[in-house]
Design a protein around this ligand. Structure first.
Ligand code: FES
Length: 87
């Protein structure tokens, strides 16, 4: 599991293994635009300011994955203990 922090408010959320970032944020009233929820469409792409995403999507290119400055919260996770999101 890992944590996500919202850069604007400093709010931090714990993401357990059986939940997505999208689900946890939505449960806390933070709605990210979403469509496929499978890492295909790119609708949910969110900027990452700090931390290393564990990319699970098929939307971004290898180069975009390597940049680690955005990720798909509907399916991707984190390699670092915390991701700071531009939200
Ligand atoms: Fe489609 Fe996340 S909602 S990639």
């Amino acid at each position: 599991s890992f944590e996500v922090e919202l850069a604007s408010s400093g709010q931090t959320f714990h993401i357990p293994p059986d939940k997505t970032v999208l689900e946890i944020l939505a449960a806390n009233g933070i709605d990210i635009p979403v469509s496929c929820e499978q890492g295909i469409c790119g609708t949910c792409v969110t900027r990452v300011l700090r931390g290393e995403p564990d990319h699970r999507d098929l939307f971004m290119t290898d180069q975009e994955h390597a940049a680690n400055d955005q990720f798909t919260p509907c399916c991707s996770r984190a390699r670092s203990l915390r991701l700071v999101l531009d939200l």
